[in-house]
Design a protein around this ligand. Structure first.
Ligand SMILES: [Zn+2]
Length: 392
């Protein structure tokens, strides 16, 4: 320890700047009382600030402990997790290769091998035919003897390893990927451009494996699963995982995560209630049926606790089992009890039985209808001789 009092001292010391430290505080190691803890807190905070994230603690003049407040391990510095990191709709979190679309334009395996019942020998690899390109197939078949590849077996019967070899090749022979690499080198010739365009298609992004997120987001795991794996689970399995994960939390963690846990439990619970437990969270909205997306909208509305709103639903129970319809009705009633109006176009008896008020449109379907035939609650409607619906 030295006091650098004048310019000369500074010059001497900074000949070896890596040996220069700033001393922030000295303490005697003992039982710390509250004042000590405050003082230590201040000193450590100041040390992190002045040291730009690095702090050294020297113990008894010999042991040097190093600390930093960066998010790093094994020399790799990680992104500090923030909500945006886990959103593929946000440029910060989206996988840079596919930009969050989960698919990239690449070689479509189903176009290259359209018929998985053919063997390599029978010409399963579609582009490997003809006088010149067929040589690729012949070369592979000839070389296959050296690494025990079943050239007469249907592609569908290959093991994962054999299928991989067919695509990636090995030390004896080149595979389909090598073939397309060569094609890409010859794109100045029009026939190769045509060839390539025939086999290009949307394929799963190789960088994120379809999870749409940058890999840093997938480094973050809760109960040993990352968010990509979780959104790949059907909601009913997710519920099981989540309940177990919450149980394994310490009391402290439960307190910290309380609000998030309640929110997630609520959302998962509502998805199950409206009969969507078979869906995975990464399903594309445009792949959902009308009934499914209506019910998802419902869970979202329930989550937002919106009041004084009018919900209009067109046959939301379509395709539901009666147990799920029951649950759906519960959800609709929850919406009502929050102070909303729910208007449902429906033919389902269970739904009508539970309605507060029914307007029966008729007398017959489509252009033969359009008049209000009857109205009232379920019992009134059944008693009304005008109502065709009531009779049923
Ligand atoms: Zn990607």
């Amino acid at each position: 320890e030295d006091l650098l009092a004048n310019e000369e001292d500074f010059k001497t010391a900074f000949q070896y700047p890596e040996n220069v430290y700033v001393l922030i505080d000295r303490v005697v190691a003992k039982e710390f009382d509250e004042d000590d803890i405050h003082r230590l807190g201040d000193s450590i905070g100041m040390a992190f600030y002045e040291g730009e994230g690095d702090v050294y603690i020297e113990v008894n003049g010999e042991k040097l402990l190093t600390f930093n407040n960066r998010f790093e391990l094994d020399g790799i510095q990680f992104e500090e997790p923030s909500p945006n990191l886990f959103s593929f709709n946000n440029p910060y979190g989206a996988c840079p290769t596919c930009e969050g679309f989960s698919m990239v334009l690449g070689i479509d395996e189903d176009l290259v091998i359209p018929n998985k019942l053919l063997s390599l020998h029978e010409g399963a690899v579609a582009p490997w035919k003809g006088e010149k390109l067929g040589l690729w197939r012949e070369r592979f078949i000839k070389a296959a003897r050296r690494f025990d590849f079943p050239v007469h077996a249907p592609i569908a019967d290959l093991t994962a390893q054999q299928y991989k070899t067919l695509w990636e090749g090995n030390q004896f022979v080149e595979g389909i990927h090598d073939f397309f690499k060569e094609v890409e080198q010859n794109l100045y010739k029009v026939q190769y451009r045509v060839l390539l365009s025939r086999y290009r298609g949307r394929t799963k992004c190789p960088e994120c494996g379809g999870s749409r997120l940058r890999k840093e987001a997938l480094y973050v795991k809760v109960a040993s699963k990352h968010i990509g794996e979780l959104s790949d689970m059907p909601v009913k399995d997710l519920k099981v995982w989540f309940d177990e994960a919450v149980q394994s939390l310490s009391e402290f963690e439960k307190t910290v995560g309380k609000r998030v846990i309640i929110e997630i439990e609520h959302r998962i619970g509502t998805l199950l209630k409206v009969g969507l437990g078979y869906l995975t969270l990464n399903r594309l909205a445009n792949s959902l049926s009308g009934g499914e997306s209506q019910r998802i909208q419902l869970t979202r509305s329930l989550g937002s606790n919106l009041t004084n709103s009018l919900y209009i639903l067109d046959e939301p129970s379509i395709g539901l089992h009666s147990r799920d319809t029951e649950n759906l009705i519960k959800v609709l009633k929850e919406l009502r009890d929050l102070g909303n109006t729910v208007l449902v176009v429906e033919h389902d008896e269970m739904m009508m039985r539970e309605a507060d008020y029914i307007v029966d449109m008729g007398p017959l379907a489509s252009h033969l209808g359009g008049e209000v035939v009857a109205f009232g609650n379920y019992d009134e409607l059944v008693a009304n001789p005008e109502s065709l619906t009531g009779k049923y």
